[in-house]
Design a protein around this ligand. Structure first.
Ligand SMILES: [Zn+2]
Length: 376
């Protein structure tokens, strides 16, 4: 029995399958299911089950490190920018060539090696071809876990060599119950589930992180600001808050390195050099992403508030509101629609990672919002 797998909520079929699989693993799996259905939590739990000598007890060092994505024998590859690339050579970190080369090396610790490829549909064709070679002749004691919300976009050649584990979408009621079971109070659980649109991971972050609603507080705090000067001020407040969020993420990441440093000198222990470098690179990516994610969440929060106004103005049930704890704005539908459009435009501009001028995007969006009439 695998404690870590049992903790994966709402996916009894996938969990039952993975419990059996952990005993005699196949060499490759594809976790397929929508965003927020728990694929990532399951992939971490499965990695822990594979690396723990007790099949995933949830208590030991192997489990702890695997669950936090920092076990030395665990390698995580994810898109850098838009794609998972093939890479120039095996030395180029985070690419397909690099992964395949590592799969044939001896693991840092005497144990299996587990490789995870998140958002596997974002592999380029060349990357998929290189990965395919490792799937055709799998190195011993190596398990590959791909995951994707768009499994139909994973190349058929790769897909056909993986055992597919299907994750179902979670209902809002289920997300609320899961949060309640984890000790979150009722009102916060309902609000977090609604704001997260049924995405359990996001709902959990909103509900449990004391700063989990900071993005919405900052966003809704800009609503009283007026005119062009108010618009520039609003953009500035959002950017400042996003920068602070990035700093918090960075300090949390620093703590993760601690177990791999020499207690006296604070320098990396020799056998963990590679693992530490990988962690540092992931941290840099996570930090860069943190800022954009915060801005996106803030803009989405504003958008949801205007949508609530749109709904209220067209006679919708208050139960359907997203911001359950706030009165919706009194606003004419056409005005609410203009606000939503301005915010959607800004979100899609920021989603393009090559767009470097976030301030300009935000200022433009808030200038457009300043022209929207809200009655009170
Ligand atoms: Zn364990």
């Amino acid at each position: 029995m695998s404690e870590v797998l049992r903790r994966v909520p709402g996916q009894p079929d996938a969990v039952a399958f993975l419990e059996r699989a952990a005993e005699r693993p196949h060499h490759a799996y594809l976790f397929a299911g929508p965003e927020g259905s728990g694929k990532q939590q399951a992939a971490r739990a499965f990695a822990a089950a594979l690396l723990c000598s007790r099949g995933g007890c949830g208590e030991c060092r192997d489990c702890r490190l695997a669950l936090e994505d920092r076990h030395p024998n665990l390698v995580v590859v994810e898109p850098q920018g838009r794609d998972i690339r093939v890479g120039e050579s095996a030395d180029e970190d985070g690419t397909a060539r690099w992964l395949v080369a590592r799969a044939s090396l001896t693991a840092p610790e005497p144990n299996r090696k587990v490789f995870r490829v998140d958002q596997a549909d974002r592999m380029t064709e060349e990357a998929a071809d290189v990965l395919l070679k490792a799937l055709e002749e799998p190195p011993p004691e190596t398990v590959l876990i791909l995951s994707s919300a768009r499994p139909d976009e994973v190349p058929e050649t790769v897909l056909s060599r993986c055992q597919v584990v299907t994750f179902r979408p979670l209902s809002e009621g289920f997300v609320i119950d899961a949060l309640l079971a984890e000790g979150v109070d009722d009102a916060r659980a309902r609000l977090a589930a609604r704001l997260a649109g049924g995405n359990l991971g996001r709902a959990r972050r909103i509900a449990k992180d004391p700063e989990g609603l900071a993005f919405r507080d900052v966003a809704l705090g800009t609503l009283g600001l007026e005119g062009a000067a108010g618009a520039l001020d609003a953009a500035d407040r959002l950017l400042t808050a996003a920068g602070e969020y990035r700093t918090r993420v960075a300090s949390r990441l620093d703590e993760e390195l601690e177990p791999f440093l020499d207690a006296e000198t604070g320098k990396p222990l020799e056998q963990y050099r590679g693992a530490i470098r990988r962690m540092e690179q992931r941290h840099q990516r996570q930090e860069r992403r943190a800022e954009r994610e915060f801005l996106d969440a803030a803009l989405l929060a504003l958008e949801s508030w205007f949508r609530d106004g749109l709904l209220a103005g067209s006679g919708g049930e208050p139960d359907w509101s997203i911001n359950l704890d706030r009165e919706p704005p009194a606003i004419r539908p056409a005005e609410a629609a203009r606000a939503v459009e301005a915010l959607e435009g800004a979100r899609s501009a920021l989603a393009d990672e090559t767009n470097l001028n976030a301030r300009m995007v935000l200022e433009e969006a808030f200038l457009r919002l300043a022209a929207v009439e809200v009655a009170g």
